[in-house]
Design a protein around this ligand. Structure first.
Ligand SMILES: Nc1ncnc2c1ncn2[C@@H]1O[C@H](COP(=O)(O)OP(=O)(O)O)[C@@H](O)[C@H]1O
Ligand code: SF4
Ligand SMILES: [Mg+2]
Length: 345
């Protein structure tokens, strides 16, 4: 069942998604069999440390990876379409009007030599085949909607003439310009000051609800994931190692890695004198992963069985799964066995 959404037919569905980078040197499997679903209007946070494969997963969904160097395997369906089979022409219509993306760095979205308003108007004209005046009017309405002050004047700014927070707002306007159903957000608030970060998160949440957008929100910050998400999918070394409803994952994290992320969260220190824990060791080298659980070298509860093979998903609670041998193994006779957990004690 994995991360299947309980909320009906998915808008996004990947099955056994893999991404291998090939070229010079050893191939790197950045995404190693991801099953991810997103229902209409749902917000899923993809959470994990740097290098876990979050951005590559998002880029694969829009086919934004370099085609010769990044080999995509498995299936990707978005809004009923097989994304891996889209022609170049179909892709360009698909990007923007079905799925749009916002980034940590707005420089990836805007060309520095054109005015911001013109770039948004141009996207509307190209996708919706309307007049320039209609494109400009939509850009203005979007600037108003994302609450950019003096929107009429700001449309004529070049990207460098805006502050960081304002550029993020403009990038959100650009992403929404062609009325996408799915928004992919790749750490859009990471580079911002704390106050601006909160304002942008609130704006995104408001727009998501108002427009019924489905969102995949990539973050390394479990606090941000908790703020925005209905469901959380935790990534480690290219795999989803835990997924479930946000409240279940936060209240009862089932994977030691998720527990480590929670313990290392600064605002988790509620009691005076509580130590801020960190996860020991470094994120894994994808070219030299252990044969079994990739988290084993950093896991205080690892034991020999963890190196035998990559752990399958096990059920922690309804719609909540994790790839960890500490959870009860599914029993062939329908009963649950706590043998692994007992052995770990
Ligand atoms: N363009 C690329 N060429 C080769 N390897 C890449 C490229 N982009 C990403 N990778 C590999 O994929 C891994 C995951 O990257 P990424 O998805 O960007 O991580 P993050 O979880 O921080 O977003 C990286 O650690 C790197 O090994
Ligand atoms: S499978 Fe083993 S090594 Fe991996 S997280 Fe669970 S206990 Fe730790
Ligand atoms: Mg990233």
């Amino acid at each position: 069942m994995s991360s299947l959404s309980p909320a009906g037919a998915p808008l996004v569905e990947t099955k056994n998604l893999t991404v291998d980078f090939v070229g010079t040197g050893k191939p790197v499997r950045a995404v190693a069999g991801v099953d991810l679903t997103l229902a209409p209007g749902e917000v899923v946070a993809l959470l994990g440390e740097s290098g876990s494969g979050k951005s590559v997963t998002l880029r694969a969904l829009m086919r934004l990876l370099p085609e010769k160097r990044a080999k995509i395997g498995g299936s990707i369906r978005v809004d009923g379409r097989d994304v891996t089979a889209l022609s170049r022409r179909e892709l360009s219509a698909f990007r923007g009007s079905t799925v749009a993306m916002i980034f940590q760095e707005p420089g990836l979205a805007f060309d520095p030599v054109y005015r911001v308003g013109d770039q948004i108007a141009e996207a509307v004209v190209r996708h919706e085949r309307v007049s320039r005046a209609a494109g400009r009017a939509r850009a203005l309405a979007l600037f108003e909607r994302v609450r950019i002050p003096s929107p009429e004047q700001r449309l004529d700014n070049y990207p460098h003439e805006m502050s960081g927070g304002m550029r993020q707002r403009a990038m959100i306007a650009l992403a929404l310009a062609c009325r996408p159903k799915v928004l992919l957000a790749d750490e859009p608030t990471t580079a911002l000051d704390a106050t601006v970060q909160i304002q942008i998160l609130l704006l995104l949440r408001e727009l998501q609800r108002e427009l019924g957008l489905a969102v995949i929100f990539v973050t390394h910050d479990i606090g941000v994931a908790t703020e925005v998400a209905d469901r959380i999918a935790v990534m480690y070394a290219g795999r989803i190692v835990e997924s479930g409803a946000c409240r279940d994952v936060i209240r009862a994290p089932a994977h030691p890695y998720t527990r480590g992320l929670l313990a290392s969260r600064a605002d988790h220190v509620f009691t005076k004198g509580t130590r801020l824990e960190t996860i020991p060791g470094a994120p894994p080298d994808l070219t030299a992963l252990p044969p079994g659980c990739a988290f084993a070298p950093r896991c205080a509860q690892a034991r020999p069985a963890c190196n035998a093979g990559v752990p399958e998903e096990r059920t922690a609670s309804p719609h909540h799964v994790a790839r960890c041998l500490l959870l009860p193994a599914p029993a062939e006779d329908g009963a649950c066995h706590r043998a692994d957990a007992t052995a770990a004690a």
